[in-house]
Design a protein around this ligand. Sequence first.
Ligand code: C5P
Length: 226
Amino acid sequence: KRQPIVAIDGPAGAGKSTVARAVAQSLGLLYLDTGAMYRALTWLVLKLGISVNDEPGVTEIASTCKIELRMSDDPQTGVRVWIDGEECTQEIRSLEVTSHVSAIAAQKAVRSELIKQQRLWGEKGGLVAEGRDIGTHVFPNAELKIFLTASVEERARRRRADLQNQGGLELSLEKMQQDLLERDWKDSNRDIAPLRKAPDAIEIYTDGLTIAQVTELITNLYWEKT
Ligand code: C5P
């Protein structure tokens, strides 16, 4: 019998990565950051000078590239990412990649290719997977589904704090909010596997909650369900 799967979905900047990593660590499960896969592909496409809207060009790369994810020993870094043998851990978090990733993630061939790889990870279970369509499409039979949200103001504040910690550039909160809402709109309004709460997902609104509190809520739900 396969081990349990925890699916965590939600809009951009809701704290999914931090929480998913903490939950995986606390439960002794693997952590799968699916957004990192879409980001790595976007980075490679941009690097090769291919337009993100060139579907045949992007499809060709999606079906031949090799994406590797490995947990970093440094909790700040999270997951380390390689594509075709080249590390792109830092680069995939750039504004350039972030502003183009939704156009890549909307493409049918891209999604079917990356979902195939994500399901391979999930074959044996024992996984906390995080993204936009995990509970609805990638692992519809996940034992526990969480939909993580927060107000756009709170999400922008967290994003800015992250960027500042990484020594990144200063953006106004208004600009960050605009970018988050624009990305959410694109991710929610695409034809294939749009961002949605699965009917059987439990929604957690995280304004005013600490990472430790959200992590505990989810691990408690996990023990109730499994
Ligand atoms: O979670 P993260 O912000 O890294 O995701 C980057 C982008 O990748 C999202 O805005 C979305 O366009 C895409 N994505 C997706 N499906 C997933 C995970 C991410 O379409 N399961």
